[in-house]
Design a protein. Structure first.
Length: 103
C-alpha cells in the first residue's frame, strides 16, 4: 500500500521553517492553482517537453487536483486518466500545433 497521509507527504524540513509560514496565507485552491500554473508546459518549452512523460503527467495531475478541490470530479477524471496514460505509455505527444496548421 502506498503511504499518502499528510505526514508522509510533508517535506521533513517544512515543520517550523519560516519559509513555509507564508503558505498559510493562501487557500488550498490558490496553492493548487499556483502548482498547476508552475507545472503547465509553456509554449516556448512545448517542443522540448512534449514527449517528457513525467512533465506531462505532472501537468495533468496538477490540473486534476485543481478540479478535485473545486469539487468537479467530472473535470478531474479525464486529466487523471491522461496523467496515468503518460506514465503507462498509452499516450503519445500530439503533433506540433504550429506545424499542423492548415493555411
Amino acid at each position: 500500500m502506498i503511504e499518502s497521509s499528510p505526514t508522509a507527504l510533508r517535506h521533513p524540513d517544512a515543520l517550523g521553517d519560516p519559509r513555509f509560514a507564508s503558505l498559510q496565507d493562501f487557500s488550498t485552491l490558490e496553492l493548487a492553482q499556483a502548482l498547476a500554473e508552475r507545472l503547465a508546459l509553456k509554449e516556448r518549452d512545448w517542443h522540448k517537453l512534449k514527449s517528457n512523460r513525467p512533465a506531462r503527467s505532472r501537468e495533468q495531475a496538477a490540473a486534476a487536483l485543481v478540479f478535485l478541490i473545486k469539487e468537479k470530479p467530472e473535470e478531474a477524471l479525464p486529466r487523471l486518466q491522461q496523467a496515468v496514460g503518460w506514465l503507462d505509455r498509452s499516450l503519445s505527444a500530439p503533433p506540433c500545433p504550429q506545424h499542423g496548421k492548415q493555411g
